[in-house]
Design a protein. Structure first.
Length: 239
């Protein structure tokens, strides 16, 4: 389950009608909301590496890990220029299969625990009930514009993990410090091949068949229905 929060209901309606608006990753570092600002957005931290530094005169200097007083902080322009659409993601974690009422209960417990943190994102919410189809529509829309798109859950770290994919990967856009873990963030990163500070809008087509609107405060008490895979019967349970 993915949830997008909005300050205004009309903005939620706009998403359900098929438009998503993604801001530049580098602008997230400068947001005026201190509770949401991550100064390390899109940053690569290098630890335990040996560097070769070449001067303007062509001389090379070898810098060993023990010579460094702190990790090296590196920000690649293309990572900062990614456009990112941020949501909150919930998924059962543990032995209970989905769909089952045990998994539903776990999901609802996650929502209840995260709600105090998520309320700051807006009073209105759009809930995506079919994550794979939602991502498929985004990828198709991005391909039509020759953009690259990747969607994934954010990984939260205590110490910055090495980027095993190299400097051309999307990985830095999906890493945040452990302090932000209650946000349970799911991101869609778009590489448009452009630069600047401006956001972009992507028309993915209407998604009312795989989403619904709800007030944020009602998320933790919403009714849930499961379809029996054998009989096709839909069973609802009020919370």
């Amino acid at each position: 389950m993915l949830v997008k929060f909005f300050d205004k209901k009309e903005h939620a309606e706009g998403m359900m009608d098929g438009t998503i608006r993604a801001g530049r990753l580098k602008c997230f570092r400068k947001t005026e909301d201190a509770a949401r600002r991550d100064n390390l957005e899109g940053t690569i931290l290098l630890e335990g590496v040996t560097l070769t530094v070449t001067t303007d005169e062509g001389d090379s200097v070898i810098v060993k890990p023990e010579d460094l007083a702190a990790p090296i902080e590196m920000r690649l322009d293309w990572i900062g220029d990614l456009n990112v659409f941020c949501m909150t993601g919930f998924r059962p974690e543990g032995p209970h299969p989905w769909p089952s009422w045990s998994a539903v209960d776990q999901l609802m417990d996650q929502i209840a625990a995260s709600l105090p943190s998520c309320r700051k994102f807006g009073k209105h919410a759009v809930v995506i009930t079919h994550r794979s189809e939602f991502l498929a529509r985004i990828r198709r829309a991005a391909e039509r514009r020759n953009w690259q798109a990747r969607g994934d859950f954010v990984s939260y770290y205590d110490s910055y993990p090495p980027d095993g994919e190299g400097t051309r990967s999307f990985a830095p856009a999906f890493l945040k410090p452990r302090d932000f873990c209650m946000e349970r963030e799911f991101r869609i990163a778009l590489n448009t091949g452009t630069t600047g500070d401006h956001p972009v809008c992507l028309d993915i087509g209407g998604i009312r068949d795989i989403s619904f609107y709800i007030e944020t405060k009602k998320l933790a008490t919403m009714d849930v229905a499961l379809r029996d895979g054998r009989t096709g019967e839909v069973i609802s349970r009020e919370r």
